[in-house]
Design a binder for this molecule. Structure first.
Ligand code: FE2
Length: 373
């Protein structure tokens, strides 16, 4: 059985308020931006590139309520992001935190064994001083610490408002980043649990193993880490052995190492959100119709009527605290790596463990088509 504990046993070594943004490295930011606008309804926000004095790369900041995505493409083979992209393909480079002091956060983590990417650096312009530091996490992923307390500009120095032609897209009403999941190598999950416990002072609040989540062919184990204020939740998965290749192994093969597997975006009206995203062309995992047989027996009374859930392929799971509704996209790159989850919480602070079985079966249908099962 999955173990869920809501007790806080962590330590606040330094203050983490919430996530600041996610930065993606992509081969062609101009086109990726079009996709995130048209499919996910992200809004243009800020831009840095050669026109603004940023010679070696372009970065587009997209926004939707409290979700900020930075989409970055290097402009030459000499930029370190070029090697990163050759290895991993498009994906998440940086899960950035908003902090009170970038220097304190960095030095605190490094004092407990974190590997530094860079100590705090300052950038200034007429809007003030912006500071950022960074440490390494799993694979070639990093955590930046962003400090804007002395900065009043739009985003950061060298960024200007992003102006783009209007496109037609339905507003999905996404609110914030609910959780971000990392896939790590077999046998390494507990090392990364320890990393988030020791370096960040997070608490491990959900534990599940292959007995909770498995099909005949593949299985996974997971540990979910959280910050004291619940605003940061990081599940860490590792593959568990099954008869055939697990989806986590497939990810590790195609990503050529650990990395971010999925980003869960929160909504307060999943029926509206999934309707808009499907109309915008987001490709979701197929949910077998049989999933809805006996659903009300499994989850009891819910506020939503069954018909739209079934029509839109939305999954439901219940635990002691309440229930949640969720759905997973197919990977958004040609490599079967990063995908998205859309989630609505109605009391539940879980991750839909009860749905994983149905989900795995659906993912295996896709893996089979790719010849990777
Ligand atoms: Fe998730």
């Amino acid at each position: 059985m999955a173990i869920i504990t809501t007790e806080w046993t962590g330590k606040e070594y330094f203050q983490i308020t919430e996530l600041d943004h996610i930065e993606f490295y992509v081969g062609n930011a101009k086109q990726a931006v079009h996709y995130y606008r048209s499919a996910f309804g992200m809004q243009p926000f800020a831009y840095a590139g050669p026109e603004t004095g940023q010679k070696d790369r372009v970065s587009y900041v997209l926004k939707q309520k409290k979700i900020f995505f930075v989409i970055t493409t290097p402009l030459s083979s000499h930029h370190p992001a070029t090697n990163w992209l050759a290895t991993h393909g498009d994906g998440v480079r940086d899960i950035a935190f908003k902090v009170d002091c970038a220097q304190t956060a960095h030095d605190s983590c490094v004092s407990r064994g974190a590997e530094s990417i860079h100590p705090s650096k300052s950038w200034g312009d007429s809007d003030g001083i912006y500071q950022k530091s960074a440490i390494k996490t799993y694979g070639d992923t990093i955590h930046s610490f962003v400090e804007r307390k002395a900065y009043n500009g739009l985003w950061a120095p060298r960024y200007v408002p992003l102006k783009l032609p209007t496109i037609h897209s339905e507003d999905p009403g996404l609110l914030l980043i609910d959780h971000i999941v990392g896939n790590v190598e077999e046998g390494k999950m507990n090392d990364w649990r320890d990393f988030y416990e020791n370096i960040f002072g997070f608490t491990n609040f959900v534990v599940f193993d292959e007995n909770d989540i498995s099909t005949k062919f593949s299985a996974l184990k997971s540990r979910v880490m959280r910050s004291k204020n619940w605003k940061v939740k990081f599940p860490i998965n590792e593959p568990a052995s099954g008869l055939k290749k697990s989806q986590i192994e497939e990810y590790l093969d195609f990503n050529e190492g650990p990395g971010v597997q999925h980003i869960a975006l929160l909504t307060d009206n999943i029926i509206k959100t999934i309707t808009a995203l499907r109309n915008n062309g987001v490709d979701f995992l197929y949910v077998p119709e049989t999933y809805y047989d006996g659903l009300s027996n499994r989850v009891g009374d819910i506020d939503e009527t069954l018909a739209p859930l079934k029509e839109l392929g939305i999954l439901v799971d219940r635990d002691d605290e309440g229930y949640l509704l969720q759905l997973f996209s197919k990977p958004v790159e040609d490599r079967p790596t990063l995908f998205y989850e859309i989630i609505q919480r109605k009391g539940s602070r879980g991750f839909g463990q009860g749905n994983f079985q149905a989900l795995f079966e659906s993912i295996e249908i896709e893996q089979e088509k790719r010849g990777n099962l």
